[in-house]
Design a protein around this ligand. Sequence first.
Ligand SMILES: Cc1cc2nc3c(=O)[nH]c(=O)nc-3n(C[C@H](O)[C@H](O)[C@H](O)COP(=O)(O)OP(=O)(O)OC[C@H]3O[C@@H](n4cnc5c(N)ncnc54)[C@H](O)[C@@H]3O)c2cc1C
Length: 455
Amino acid sequence: MSVFDLVILGGGSGGYACALRSAQLGLSVALIEADKLGGTCLHRGCIPTKALLHSGEIADGARDASHFGVNAQFLSMDMPAVNSYKDGVISKLHKGLQGLVKSRNITYIEGYGKLVAKDTIEVNGEKITGKNIILATGSYARSLPGLDIDGVKVMTSDHATKLDYVPKSVIVLGGGVIGSEFASVWKSFGSEVTIIEGLPHLVPLEDESSSKQLERAFRKRGINFELGTRFKSHTVTADGVTVTLEDGKTFTAEILLVAVGRGPVSANLGYEAQGITMDRGYVLVDDKCRTNIPGIWAVGDLIPTLQLAHVGFAEGILVAEEIAGLNPRPINYDGIPRVTYSEPEVASVGLTTAIAKERGYDVVELNYDLAGNGKAQILRTAGSIKLVAQKDGPVLGIHMVGARVGELLAEAELIFNWEASAADVAPLIHAHPTLSEAMGEAHMALAGKPLHAHG
Ligand SMILES: Cc1cc2nc3c(=O)[nH]c(=O)nc-3n(C[C@H](O)[C@H](O)[C@H](O)COP(=O)(O)OP(=O)(O)OC[C@H]3O[C@@H](n4cnc5c(N)ncnc54)[C@H](O)[C@@H]3O)c2cc1C
């Protein structure tokens, strides 16, 4: 059998992006996938959750219709119909991706692979050899010691994305991105929701001001949460699940979603046996995604960088271009856009105030309240755009809360990554009335020439 330029283990965001870009650059590629091309993001992550959130948005729209002078009524969720809408989106994208891989002449191998030599993956009893091996086996939903996942009453996001009924009540363990998104979905669907988060805030990796605004909005929506308190134990009963916290409080609900983070899929795959340096199951890499073993690379959730699909895409592309000799620039991880797609959305790029100060910047901040934005008023959304900037220097971070603010990240990302200052952005004209005007107004205010801003 011929030797491929690249043999990629795992066909999720990281693996397939690497395959597509490598093939485009004229390299020969084998892509090995045990389950479905597209991985977590397409089948049980980004896409299904965003479809569920959109159904929730429509439900909330029906509930709130009278505010907009529309006679409509929310009756109930039709979960088989919700799931068929969601599965239809997944299936269409899956087919498109399969077509893309085929059209680029990538050798797609279905099967569970293992690294058996520094240049070889064994799959279906066959040895596939490559000049380069790319590990892209992704991540799995973690649990806590003693918290067994039964997939019925105690579940992870894998089960929750496929649920065929609306639970009366839910406890969401973990108030990070995944936990907050599911809390938002279920509240919109009509469940009673309680989030339990061990750290002092929801979405704790975000700027504290964004977390506080999300908490205010969730409180207003009737989503309950307990912050700064940790899970101690749970009991599964005939009717549901009771959770006891370390502070002695107990909560009972029909189901418990465990959303306490994701761990790398790396056990028993031959990684350690080949001498790859690892840390708590993560494969360690340099700024070009090279492991310590020449010719072996790793990308996506398997390495300890931000666990996001677009990070996997970027790392996959980086590896492909490095192997092709294009000498790409390493990824600036501060410049990765991040979104929690709850209602309201939380979106950011760059540094939080706390991190900017930690790094020694002389920080100035500006908070532009969406109350001053026409489109936000039309949508009846609350929130803000917060700028963190170096005094007389570039914008270091942009932090947003409000309906649809995820769509504003495209501009925020350019501002951050092109190291623009408020004075650079202020003269740019934003269409009226759009939410993006708030981005312009925030920079105008920081540049000392506020228009629709008080004070
Ligand atoms: C509920 C949820 C919501 C999310 N929402 C978002 C979002 O909105 N935006 C965003 O950017 N990110 C989101 N993510 C994160 C995103 O899904 C991941 O960051 C992304 O999927 C990581 O890509 P990956 O290629 O590293 O791994 P994966 O997508 O996990 O792919 C790894 C692939 O490797 C395969 N594999 C593993 N072991 C083997 C083996 N031995 N042999 C062959 N194949 C193997 C697996 O079957 C899998 O298909 C979400 C995740 C979850 C769980």
